[in-house]
Design a protein around this ligand. Structure first.
Ligand code: R5P
Length: 294
């Protein structure tokens, strides 16, 4: 097998856990106009190639890098190509006149990708857009272990919108605690407003579950609604911390009691955010695939 890393540090963290992996040398640069240039040094002929990309701060560049890497590798006739995209950008736009995730899925198929590994893809419809095998690693089990350590007898899980209902439903069954759903409205792409909550939260320990924190609008609007409805404490467990704009500062200055995210997206962590390292989990999945590919 051979591991290929795009921009970002996650790939090197995964490589350090895959003791037997050969790592290809990747050089990514830009022409003055912004065009992406990718140079790969490695022997891919008859190898199982695993490409990791983890730079969703610039999702467009990161997909372009990926397309060029796949194409370069494909020219050397590898045995298989697996792409690891820990945070799948563009999956939020999973319905409407155009579905960008279906477009990306089609390009990856056309380029000859055999398999994709991702973590907590936004929705089932985004997942179903892929016509090649996709392994979606769910964080539910790990969240359940961590929540169990922290939960009090009056705990309630909170879905900050309809979209996370299924996640919360699964966790609720695992932890045997109730859940409530917030009705959220969006006036524009980047503004979320929590309107009402389906259950009483007075004096409850509220645990908000979501897949993405981007501007923080969804989370913080939920936090405000919960506290104004008498919540005793609010904790957040969110898979992908995109933390766009001034999100980290807003979180820091909010009454949120704690926040746990994964490192699918690279960010400089203020001390009040707990981070789950997913490189080991991904390395484990690559090992499992490698056994199947032999
Ligand atoms: C929406 O459907 C997602 O699950 C997240 O709730 C949303 O993308 C978070 O974005 P923001 O932090 O900007 O509200």
């Amino acid at each position: 097998m051979i591991l290929v890393a795009g921009s970002g540090i996650l790939a090197s963290q995964i490589a350090s856990k895959l003791r037997f992996a050969l790592v290809a040398q990747t050089e990514i640069s830009r022409f003055a106009s912004g065009e992406v240039r990718v140079e790969l040094r490695g022997k891919f002929f008859d190898q199982n190639a695993y490409i990791v990309i983890d730079s969703p701060k610039s999702p467009n560049d990161s997909f372009m890098e990926l397309f060029l890497m796949i194409d370069t590798i494909k020219n050397q006739k590898p045995k298989s190509i697996t792409v690891i995209i820990p945070y799948m950008s563009y999956a939020r736009q999973d319905e409407g006149e155009t579905t960008p995730i279906a477009c990306i899925a089609n390009i990856l198929k056309f380029l000859g990708v055999d398999k994709i590994i991702t973590i907590d893809i936004h929705s089932d419809s985004a997942r179903n857009a892929f016509k090649i095998p996709l392994v979606n690693i769910e964080m539910t089990d790990i969240f359940a272990i961590l929540i169990k350590k922290q939960q009090s007898p009056n705990a309630i899980l909170i879905s900050p919108d309809e979209g996370s209902k299924e996640r919360v439903d699964k966790l609720s069954a695992k932890l045997n605690i109730p859940y409530a759903i917030i009705e959220k409205s969006r006036d524009s792409t980047n503004s979320a407003k929590a309107i009402s909550i389906s259950k009483e939260v007075t004096n409850k320990q509220c645990i908000v579950i979501d897949d993405i924190v981007d501007t923080g609008g969804t989370l913080l609007s939920a936090v405000n609604l919960l506290f104004s409805n008498g919540a005793q404490a609010v904790h957040g467990y969110i898979t992908h911390g995109l933390f766009s704009k001034d999100c980290l500062e807003l979180i820091y200055n909010s009454p949120l009691n704690s926040l746990t995210v994964t490192n699918t997206v690279e960010f400089t962590s203020p001390t009040n955010i707990n981070i789950i390292d997913i490189s080991e989990i991904i390395a484990h999945n690559i090992h499992a695939l490698e056994k199947d590919n032999k």
